[in-house]
Write a protein that binds this ligand. Structure first.
Ligand code: BG6
Length: 254
């Protein structure tokens, strides 16, 4: 629209897209570090973006986090009918309100759509893990997750995420030592976008993301620019980034 052109958001989107090498960039005005309502705007933009993608039956896999929780709040039944929300991965140590299971239930409620949950314990032995994934109900949900046509995820600052989850002292030390900068899907990445640590859970793995039709990353606030840059360092050509002006401007510095 005219307003976006006048405010320079369109040109900012082009610059950030070029810089990160992603499929598309959508920027909302403001900085979510400073004004909480900007997170809701990120949510509104995500809803609009998803609406344009829906075709036939849709399985949307979502991660946890406060940004995803804000996206959930902005969904309405207008989004579409044939949607099933599933959590992208099993529990990765977040508080209930920030968990993917909670968020996908909320999304389904707001959109008047369906959802499935995936409750698996965080820390299990390999033997137990092999048994759990063969449980028919779990197996069924995992199959649904792997066939998601849309993945909606947050990107976090590595240390913030490690502290927010109940990360062990030794893992926290490893994350620090290896200079992790960003986190997504339970993976921790360094400045070059290389994986330096991973939380062991079932569900979508990073390598699966490359084959998903639509991947939407939602992350805003100037303080997240470093994390966004790190996560986008590797090939994220099929990712649409929804962010805010605060993060975008910071991303273009250096
Ligand atoms: C977590 C996701 O729940 O939220 C992470 O599993 C993501 O992958 C993080 O990085 C982002 O959280 P927030 O609160 O900054 O949106």
């Amino acid at each position: 629209t005219m307003m976006r052109e006048l405010s320079g958001l369109n040109s900012l989107e082009e610059q950030v897209k070029k810089r990160l090498g992603v499929e598309k960039v959508i920027i909302v005005s403001g900085d979510s570090d400073e004004s909480p309502w900007v997170k809701s705007e990120l949510g509104r933009a995500s809803a609009t973006c998803m609406k344009g993608m829906l075709e036939g039956e849709n399985i949307i896999a979502v991660t946890g986090g406060t940004t995803m929780a804000a996206v959930a709040e902005m969904l309405t039944p207008e989004l579409g009918k044939d949607i099933l929300f599933v959590p992208a991965r099993g529990g990765i140590g977040e508080d209930v309100k920030n968990q993917a299971n909670t968020i996908c239930a909320k999304m389904a409620e707001k959109a008047q759509a369906k959802h499935r949950v995936l409750y698996v314990p965080d820390q299990v032995s390999n033997e137990m893990y092999q048994t759990i994934v063969k449980e028919p109900l779990i197996h069924e949900v995992l199959t649904l997750i792997k066939s998601a046509n849309i993945v909606l995820h947050g990107i976090g600052d590595a240390i913030t995420m490690a502290k927010r989850r109940k990360t062990s002292a030794s893992d926290l030390e490893k994350i620090r030592e290896k200079k992790a900068v960003s986190e997504a899907f339970g993976y921790y990445f360094n400045e070059d976008g290389e994986i330096v640590h991973k939380v062991h859970t079932i569900g979508l793995q990073l390598k699966d993301i490359a084959d998903v039709e639509h991947v939407i990353a939602v992350a805003g606030g100037a303080s997240k620019a470093k994390a966004i840059r790190s996560y986008m360092k590797q090939d994220r050509q099929n990712t649409i980034l929804i962010t805010d002006e605060g993060a975008a401007k910071e991303l273009l510095i250096k």
